[in-house]
Structures are given as C-alpha cells and as structure tokens.
Design a protein around this ligand. Structure first.
Ligand SMILES: [Zn+2]
Ligand SMILES: [Zn+2]
Length: 181
C-alpha cells in the first residue's frame, strides 16, 4: 500500500496557484526510516498514529505546506523518572522546492512530482517534544540520598537546605494532601 505521506503534486505544480488539502492519520515511522533517539529521551513510538492536517499551496517552482501535525509522545519525568505520556500539536509552515540543485536545510525536495511529507512531519514533531517532561506539575521527585519516590513515601534523610528550593517547600506544605505522616 502506498504511504499516505507520499503525495502526488504534478497537477498542483502545473496549475499555479492552486491548493490541495491533505488530511490523514498514519504511523509515525513504521518503516524505521529515521534514526532512533536515545532510550531516555522523549520520543514518539514508530507505530504511533500521527495526525497530519495540511494544505499544500503551489507557487512558481514549489509548494508551501501549512497546517498542523499531532503526535502522541512518551518520555520520563525529569524528577521521579516515571513514564510520562503526552500529545504534541505543532503548527507547520514549510516549503518544498522543485529544483534538485537546491539542497538547503530550509526547504524540502520535490521528487518526480511527489512530495514526501514524512521528513517534514518527523522534523516538526521532534523539535516540539518536551525535553524534560513532568509526570505532574507538583511531582515531588526522588530523594537524592536514598532514592525513595517522594510521591509515594517519606524518608528521614537530612541535608543542608538549598535556598533555591525554599519556594517549592512552601508550596508543598500548602498542599494538605502531602502532609501525610
Ligand atoms: Zn514525576
Ligand atoms: Zn531519603
């Protein structure tokens, strides 16, 4: 089956200006075309369904792709290392150029009257993924001394107070839920 990311654009390029809506859901990277990221980085599962909703508009010598893409991602909480899931929604506004001599990083190529939206979707999503997600806004993180998950238990580790955390401590005590022991 043809990939929905491959869009024939001969008619668009012939008839300037014209436009074509593109709207589909497809696996992010089913063929593992793109290099995987590190195991602890925020990433999108290769088989995860990505929503692509763009309009291709032709101009003399190329196309502009405008719209948005949406993808579910997975990562690890930067404080407690618990798995975190989320969805990112990215606005897209990129150009495809019908000229094999143009190989800059700002445009995507048009190849044999087709555009491949996969690299564009991949680039757009990876740039927007959160680098350091949180499992929840008030995650207490792990104790740096004994490693206990402070969201689930308490420990008696004592350490010199870092004044930078003073404000956060105030917030924690303001929450009656965390006054458990
Ligand atoms: Zn957490
Ligand atoms: Zn501890």
């Amino acid at each position: 089956m043809a990939s929905p990311y491959l869009v024939p654009v001969a008619a668009l390029l012939r008839d300037v200006p014209s436009s074509l809506p593109v709207d589909f859901e497809a696996p992010f990277d089913e063929l593992h075309e793109f290099a995987p990221r590190g195991p602890v980085e925020t990433d999108v599962f290769p088989g995860a369904l990505v929503r692509v909703k763009l309009r291709l508009e032709s101009f003399s010598g190329g196309l502009r792709a405008r719209g948005c893409v949406e993808a579910p991602w997975h990562g690890f909480c930067r404080r407690c290392s618990a798995p975190v899931l989320g969805v990112t929604n990215v606005a897209v506004n990129e150009r495809f150029v019908d000229d094999p001599d143009v190989t800059d990083e700002l445009t995507y190529p048009i190849d044999q009257s087709f555009v491949d939206l996969a690299p564009l979707v991949h680039d757009a999503i990876l740039l927007e993924l959160p680098l350091a997600p949180l499992c929840r806004a008030d995650c207490q993180g792990l104790c740096p001394y004994c490693g206990i998950d402070r969201n689930e238990a308490r420990c008696d580790c004592r350490a010199p107070r870092d004044p930078r955390w003073a404000t956060l401590d105030g917030l924690q005590f303001a929450d009656p839920e965390s006054e458990g022991s």
